[in-house]
Design a protein around this ligand. Sequence first.
Ligand code: MN
Length: 195
Amino acid sequence: MYSLNQFPLPFSTKDLEPYMSERTINFHHGKHLATYIKNLNDLSEGTKYADLSLNEIIIKSANDESAKKIFNNAAQVYNHSFFFNCLSKEKTTMPEEIINSFGNADNFFEQFKSVAASVFGSGWAWLIRDSNNELKIISTANADTPIAHNLKPVMTIDVWEHAYYLDYQNRRTDFIDSVLKNIINWNFIKENLEK
Ligand code: MN
C-alpha cells in the first residue's frame, strides 16, 4: 500500500507562485496524485503486484496486457513524484553536460519546448539518457514513462491539461516556457545525470 506521505512535495504549496499557483499544486498533488495512489492500491491489492516496489510494478506491468490499469496508475505515481522533484523556487544553474550536449542553454530550451508543445493530448516531455549514454528529449503519451523502456529519466514536465489549465488555460507553450525559465530544480537534474 502506498500513501501520499511517501511522495511529499519538496516545496511548500505557495513557493512556485506566480509560475504555478497554490491552487494548481493543491489539485495536482493533493487530488490528482492522491487519486493515482488510491487507484494503484485498489487495483493491485491481492495481485502479484501488491508487494512490489513502484519501479518493479511499472516494469513488470508494462508487458502485461491484463495489468494496463495498474501500469497506468503506477506510472502516473512515478511520473508525478519525479515531476514535483524537478521543480523548485530556488535559483539553480543548468548543468554543464546539458549545455554541452545541446550546444547552449537556449537550444536546449527550444528543443524541450518544441517536444513538449507537440504532445497530442495528454503526456509528458522528458530529458532522458539512453543506453548509449546520450541525452535526448522525448515525449511519452498518457501515463507512459521512460523506465518502462529502459531509458533513464533526467527531467520531466507534465503536459496533461490538469498541470496548467487553472493558471494558463489553453496556453500550454506559455506554461512550458514559464516552468523551464523559472522553476526547474537544476540541482535535482544534476543528481539524475550523475546517477
Ligand atoms: Mn499531472
